[in-house]
Structures are given as structure tokens and as C-alpha cells.
Design a protein around this ligand. Structure first.
Ligand SMILES: [Zn+2]
Length: 135
């Protein structure tokens, strides 16, 4: 027995579900062809109906699970967007912190130079005053 494959759209003629002729949505490719008809596909709706008739599943629960799966996909998309925003914010924060550190180092350097220059000015003033006899 060939393995069935789930595909988005039936690509080969007649490009439709063998049960209902539907051509949209996820479709089971049954990996078989009938001469004069073409490839056999079974749509999700017909597969669910068959599963229900065989007593394999509770369709209400399947529908509920599908709705949950859609919600999870939406949440995963939201999470991906938020993760990207968070990463960008973290990068910007790191760059800002680096800039802040650089500025703080520059302020300290300038403060040290100011202190040094004040000291030199004071020394020069004392030398100048001593030359003119001041104290
Ligand atoms: Zn169908």
C-alpha cells in the first residue's frame, strides 16, 4: 500500500477531491490514479466525514482541536513578532549602555584634565604673584 500524503492543493488532473470534487484546502494525495479519471485525492472534509462514519474520531473534538491549532499558530506568529521587537530593544539598549559608558569615561577624562589645569593655573598664579611681590 502506498503512503498517503497531505498536500495543500491537488496538482494533477482532475485536481479535485474524489468524494466531493472540492479543489481547495488541505488534500490527501492517495498516490493512485484511475485510468480515464486521473489522480485520487480526498479533501479534509471528506476524510473527516469518513473518519466519523467509521467511528474513528469525535468530529466535534477534531474541530475544536483544529480551532486550537489555529489559535496556537496565531500566538506563534505574535510571539515571533514580539521576540523580534524584544531583540531589537535589547540591541538598542546595549548600544545605548555602551554609549553611556563611553560618555561617562569621557566626562571623567575631561574632569581630570580640568582638575589638572586648575592646579596648573593656581601654580602659575602663585609664581606670577611671587614675581611681583604678592603672596
Ligand atoms: Zn471532498
Amino acid at each position: 500500500m502506498l503512503e498517503y500524503v497531505v498536500i495543500d492543493h491537488p496538482p494533477l488532473a482532475p485536481q479535485a477531491c474524489v468524494g466531493c470534487t472540492r479543489q481547495q484546502g488541505p488534500t490527501l494525495d492517495m498516490q493512485r490514479e484511475i485510468l480515464g479519471y486521473g489522480r485520487l485525492y480526498l479533501c479534509l472534509r471528506c476524510a473527516k466525514n469518513a473518519a466519523r462514519l467509521f467511528g474513528l474520531v469525535d468530529i466535534g473534538k477534531v474541530d475544536q482541536l483544529e480551532a486550537y491549532a489555529e489559535q496556537v499558530l496565531g500566538l506563534e506568529r505574535d510571539l515571533a513578532v514580539l521576540t523580534t521587537e524584544r531583540d531589537t530593544a535589547l540591541t538598542n539598549f546595549a548600544l545605548s549602555a555602551r554609549s553611556a559608558n563611553t560618555l561617562a569615561e569621557r566626562v571623567t577624562e575631561l574632569q581630570d584634565r580640568c582638575t589638572h589645569l586648575e592646579s596648573r593655573i593656581r601654580e602659575e598664579a602663585e609664581v606670577s604673584l611671587s614675581l611681583v611681590g604678592g603672596s
